[in-house]
Design a protein around this ligand. Structure first.
Ligand SMILES: Nc1ncnc2c1ncn2[C@@H]1O[C@H](COP(=O)(O)OP(=O)(O)OP(=O)(O)O)[C@@H](O)[C@H]1O
Ligand SMILES: [Mg+2]
Length: 284
């Protein structure tokens, strides 16, 4: 698969002598789903802002779809990359939900029935048809998050950047969002997801990049990260609850973990843990 995003020796600071990103290098292939983990203040959101040129002054080279991220290219780049902000209030600025959804496609040249169709498609995909006429100002946090996602979806970008989308969402909405992420992934979209919720990472996010104090501490398989305690402790991360439970059960019933399971990987998602439980309980 061709490379769609690339950071090459990128450093960035908001204030001189206070580096926030330090010599960051990585690339992402088209269609990849990558999760970005790291403690508060490690530079995750700043990395997203740099990718969209919403902040400027980085050193090194950032490219998206072969275009270098700079002032000259920023308009073209923002048509290709959609950012769902950490705080929806930073993203939404129009009076009604419908206007929020229309803004992007309008700027892309959609008019009349084509524009209506594009708005309808986004509202339907994210499940917000019933609040289209509402004032954005009156929406709940979860509703705002959905509107922010739908507004980006309406522009149909190739790359989606989700900055902690699960925060403040109720269980049903979290489930809906997981489905949305899965659908985008199935459509071949490239997804970068920042999340503190290690129990919520959908199973198709195989790769993780860990940021620590502005540096990449780990770039590899998510499962590999959860088996590397030094990195987890340095970055103040924890393993998913199901992995902890698995270790406890394994310790408690060493004789029950038969040969046929022994070479299996540690479960890191609920479905993998369920599979393990079924195995364990099978001949009890
Ligand atoms: N506009 C700004 N001006 C100056 N410093 C900033 C600005 N925005 C962020 N910072 C600083 O940059 C550092 C990285 O912030 P950033 O928001 O990228 O962290 P993060 O990894 O997204 O954290 P969180 O998990 O809390 O969202 C922090 O120390 C923060 O205080
Ligand atoms: Mg952040």
């Amino acid at each position: 698969m061709p490379e769609i995003i690339s950071f090459s020796d990128v450093s960035f600071s908001y204030h001189p002598h206070l580096p926030i990103l330090k010599s960051i290098s990585f690339s992402v292939e088209k269609g990849e789903a990558v999760v970005l983990l790291g403690e508060n203040g490690s530079g995750k959101s700043t990395l997203f802002l740099n990718l969209l040129h919403l902040v400027s002054g980085h050193s090194g080279t950032i490219t998206a779809e072969g275009l270098e991220i700079n002032h000259k290219n920023e308009k073209r780049i923002r048509k290709k990359i959609g950012l769902i902000f950490q705080n929806s209030n930073d993203q939404l600025f129009l009076p009604t939900v419908k206007e929020e959804l229309a803004f992007g496609p309008w700027n892309l040249g959609f008019r009349g029935i084509k524009l209506e169709k594009q708005i309808f498609k986004a509202a339907e995909a994210i499940g917000i048809q019933s609040i289209m006429e509402k004032k954005v100002f009156h929406l709940s946090q979860g509703e705002k998050k959905k509107v922010a996602i739908a507004a980006v979806y309406a522009m149909d970008p190739d790359i989606y950047l989700f900055d902690e989308p699960f925060a403040n969402l109720d269980p049903k909405t979290r489930q809906d969002l997981t489905k949305i992420l899965f659908d985008l992934h199935s459509q071949g979209k490239t997804i970068l997801l920042i999340s503190h919720e290690v129990d919520q990472i959908p199973a198709f996010f195989k790769r993780v990049i860990v940021l620590h104090a502005g540096e990449i501490l780990f770039d590899g398989k998510l499962r590999g990260l959860f088996q590397t305690p030094e990195i987890l402790s340095k970055a103040n991360l924890r393993v998913p609850i199901v992995a902890t439970l698995y270790q406890k059960v394994k310790k408690q019933f060493p004789n029950r973990i038969k040969k046929s399971w022994q070479n299996r990987k540690i479960p890191i998602s609920v479905s993998e843990f369920e599979e393990f439980l079924e195995f364990l309980l099978k001949d009890m």
